[in-house]
Design a binder for this molecule. Structure first.
Ligand code: SF4
Length: 475
């Protein structure tokens, strides 16, 4: 059995000098989940290999004679995934199987472009699925499989989230990953736990995988970190040596989080880490001290909104006062705060971009990721807002651009608010200030993000022309 995995690129990889400065134009960090599933299959099958259009072109000569091709899709790269599937179907006899977050939430859409959809996380179902295909194709006992027969959609039911999540991703099975790991724009990443007990209305994670939190053994997390660092740093001189802990809510189980941080400290690993977090961790002094001791330099806080009304509208358990208190406390402990923001909530009006930039500048937020409100099918917010969406299936625009008609400003006005905020946060005077006054990692990261945000703004500006076309708005 020859098995290949493909991760489509929303903008397929292209060799470009931009790759050295700009994340996300022709290069981005490949999917961890794909490399975990490849590792699981590699235990049973010799010929397993992966391609990610985030870091390389696909070697079709190696892919088209495979027996089985998995295509893993998030929403933003779903259309490209369908394009690749059509090409494979035309040129190969391989069975095409879709997986990933978007395919889990939109199985009926995805299966129309392939033979099967493997829904859910796949750790415990992918091997039985491949074995069933080899045997007689009877999938009845394997939950989470979707396929069509005689024009009828057949589902084997919703899979339970896997409990065994200790597998370390097979980074070496991804074509050209070792070579591309030298780029400072892609970072080593480790996923230590899965799930989140909250239920924000726009969160695809909860819609796809439920609210149960599952944890990896602290020793496995440390081993994964060791392997990720060795993989990225061997043979490369990386400027920004930062490892990203990508959990959606690492701190959901406090006792476990403490154990993991203590295990990192005991391991003697000396590295800089960044991690995503809800604001509450910023009020936990003991945790912040442990993070510091373990080598964490930054918390990427899901601030999202700056007004309580929006938190309430989307069932985000958060408050402006709590966020502010947390930000200041994190900084008191000597950690940077990166802010993850959403604009385009129902209550947002003209000036939302300026307000966001004021907040970032006033409270010394080290970096900002700003995206327009997003609506992944299967989430509560999709159900309540689907009539406001500008397009139905153009998933490729779901990269932070405006995709709906907000209540209190036009789509173009909203997109301009994002540009305004980015321009003020990543302004030329602030770049000069960073070069002259910041040191070490702070300086490198600001310069990197400045370049990246220039490219983001360019994309957003170009996209305004497209927005005009689809909504017929005058200049
Ligand atoms: S807290 Fe974060 S991960 Fe948890 S449901 Fe809300 S958005 Fe999703």
């Amino acid at each position: 059995m020859k098995i290949r995995f493909i991760e489509p690129g929303n903008r397929p990889y292209r060799k470009s000098p931009l790759n050295y400065f700009v994340y996300d134009r022709y290069i981005r960090t490949p999917s961890n989940g794909m490399m975990i599933l490849a590792a699981i299959l590699k235990e049973a099958y010799d010929d397993v290999y992966c391609y990610s259009e985030s870091i390389s072109k696909i070697k079709w000569a190696d892919v088209l004679d495979a027996d089985l091709i998995f295509i893993t899709i998030f929403t933003f790269n779903a259309n490209r995934g369908y394009e690749l599937a059509a090409y494979i179907k035309k040129n190969s006899r391989a069975k095409v199987v879709f997986g990933g977050l978007h395919a889990t939430l939109n199985g009926e859409e995805a299966v129309r472009h392939g033979d099967y959809v493997l829904q859910g996380e796949g750790d415990e179902t992918i091997l039985p699925f491949v074995r069933a295909l080899e045997r007689d194709g009877d999938m009845a006992d394997i939950p989470g499989i979707l396929y069509q027969t005689d024009g009828r959609m057949v589902s084997t039911g919703r899979p339970l989230p896997p409990q065994q999540i200790e597998t370390i991703p097979a980074r070496q099975l991804l074509y050209r990953f070792q070579k591309m790991a030298g780029h400072n724009t892609i970072w080593p990443q480790v996923h230590a736990s899965r799930g989140c007990p909250h239920s924000c209305d726009y969160c695809a994670l909860i819609a796809a995988f439920g609210r149960g939190v599952r944890l990896r053994a602290p020793e496995t997390v440390v081993e994964d970190i060791r392997q990720a660092i060795a993989f990225f740093d061997t043979g490369h001189r990386r400027l920004a040596k930062v490892l990203w802990i990508t959990d959606d809510n690492f701190f959901a189980d406090r006792d476990w989080a403490v154990q993991v941080l203590q295990a990192i400290i005991r391991s003697g690993i000396r590295y800089a880490f960044t991690i995503q977090a809800r604001y509450e961790v910023g009020l936990d002094d003991e945790m912040l001290e442990l993070l510091k001791q373990a080598g964490f330099v930054e918390l990427a806080v899901g601030i999202e909104f700056l007004e309580d009304q929006s938190f309430q509208s989307y069932h985000k358990q958060s408050s402006y006062a709590g966020v502010l208190q947390a930000v200041q406390n994190i900084q008191r402990h000597g950690l940077r705060v990166r802010g993850l923001f959403i604009v385009g909530a129902d209550g947002h009006e003209k000036g939302v971009g300026d307000r966001l930039a004021d907040f970032v500048l006033q409270f010394n937020i080290a970096g900002a990721l700003i995206q327009s409100m997003y609506f992944i099918p299967g989430t509560p917010v999709y159900e309540t807002h689907k009539d406001l969406l500008l397009e139905k299936d153009n998933w490729a625009r779901c990269t932070g651009k405006v995709v709906h008609r907000p209540q209190k400003l036009s789509p173009i006005e909203l997109q301009k608010e994002i540009i305004t905020a980015s321009k003020r946060i990543y302004s030329f005077p602030r770049l000069i200030q960073a070069i002259l006054r910041k040191r070490g990692l702070d300086r490198i990261l600001f310069i990197g993000e400045y370049c990246w945000q220039m490219s983001v703004r360019q994309d957003l500006r170009r996209d305004i022309r497209y927005l005009r076309k689809i909504i017929g708005e005058a200049k």
